[in-house]
Design a protein around this ligand. Structure first.
Ligand code: AQP
Length: 336
């Protein structure tokens, strides 16, 4: 049973590809810990995922498999709520209502929109621009108090706060103002193994740039061995001048629980080849039990569907209450 002092926390992940160790270290690893002290709602953000074109059967499979993976990583669906965003249309309803209060200037200033639309100049869809309004709806529907956010998502949370404030000021107190939550690992950011100044991303076209949670041991070690580094053969943390080595140190630290300073000591005088192999071994060792648990869970489709049905029901009860209030305040006629 949750105690009343627990804070309502919301977080989500897109089923837009194979989940990487970047997603794990930046988000999922924290989810398992955060649910001990908070009232957590976790969503699989499949509506957000279609801002980049998805193959229907792969999207369906990724969404279902992600439930199994999150459970294997320690998400506890008895205490926390885990649901699929597209199974609750309240998210889209609130998004529309909020988008009528959101300025185009606010959306076009978002860094993620600027980056993603620059990459897809001739084919930039409106969803890329309105993505943060849907994220605001996700957060505000649940009267969320805290949102664990990485540096890349801070601007989006700020928009959710501004929209909540705007609505509350225009109509009356309705939405809780969500606060950013920085976790104990300081939201470590993991970079591409091939371009270590760029974020590791599951949708990267080069599969050598990321390690997925389901990669086999040999693949993990191969990817670490082929990680781009430098040529001065010294292992220490310096993200400006030694981005590749620093990234591998961060990964090693996240998967062994050792601090960066401890890792630097351990690898003093060690050659890059040995260092990379040790990092790969540590990642593979950490992931092995998660992979085993995942294989058991993903085979049980009926169980996955039960988890999603239950999550939808519990999330839906909370979301519906908020949306009903919002409709009333805006002035939509609901009959006598
Ligand atoms: N490289 C990363 N390092 C640390 N945290 C990361 N996250 C993603 N990549 C890294 C965090 O993972 C959570 C879920 O991410 P998401 O799937 O909702 O979207 P994203 O940030 O766009 O992740 P990707 O992997 O880059 O997906 P694609 O390639 O589809 O855009 C978020 O909390 C995010 O901060």
């Amino acid at each position: 049973m949750h105690q009343t002092a627990q804070k309502r926390l919301f977080s989500a992940i897109q089923p837009s590809g194979a989940i990487t160790i970047g997603n794990y270290i930046g988000a999922i690893q924290n989810w398992a810990a955060l649910q001990q002290q908070n009232d957590c709602i976790f969503a699989i953000a499949d509506l957000h995922a279609i801002t980049v074109q998805q193959v229907p059967e792969i999207l369906r499979k990724n969404s279902r498999d992600l439930v199994a993976l999150l459970l294997a990583c320690g998400v506890d669906c008895k205490n926390s709520i885990l649901f699929l965003q597209s199974q609750l249309s309240y998210h889209i309803e609130l998004m529309w209502l909020l988008s009528s209060m959101c300025y185009i200037g606010e959306l076009s200033r978002m860094t993620q929109f600027k980056d993603k639309s620059a990459k897809k100049e001739e084919n930039c869809n409106a969803g890329l621009m309105t993505y943060p309004v849907l994220m605001a709806a996700d957060i505000l529907l649940y009267q969320t108090e805290i949102v664990p956010v990485g540096a890349d998502q801070k601007q989006h949370l700020e928009l959710a706060r501004n929209l909540a404030l705007r609505f509350n000021n225009r109509y009356s107190q309705t939405f809780t103002l969500p606060e950013p939550y920085i976790t104990s690992n300081g939201q470590a950011k993991i970079f591409s193994l091939q371009e270590p100044t760029k974020k590791m991303s599951k949708s990267d076209v080069n599969s050598l740039s990321y390690i997925t949670l389901l990669d086999k041991k040999e693949e993990i070690i191969k990817k670490c061995k082929r990680a781009v580094t430098d040529s001065d053969n010294q292992i220490y943390f310096d993200c400006q001048n030694k981005a590749g080595i620093s990234n591998l140190l961060t990964i090693y630290s996240a998967f062994t629980g050792k601090s960066i300073a401890e890792a630097e000591m351990q690898f003093k005088g060690v050659g890059y080849a040995n260092f990379k192999e040790t990092v790969g071994e540590a990642v593979a060792k950490y992931l092995a039990p998660i992979q085993e648990r995942y294989r058991e869970l993903v085979a049980d489709k009926r169980y996955i569907d039960t988890v999603l049905r239950d999550g939808r029901e519990r999330a839906g009860d909370i979301a519906y209450k908020t949306l009903r209030k919002v409709y009333k305040k805006i002035g939509f006629y609901r009959g006598e």
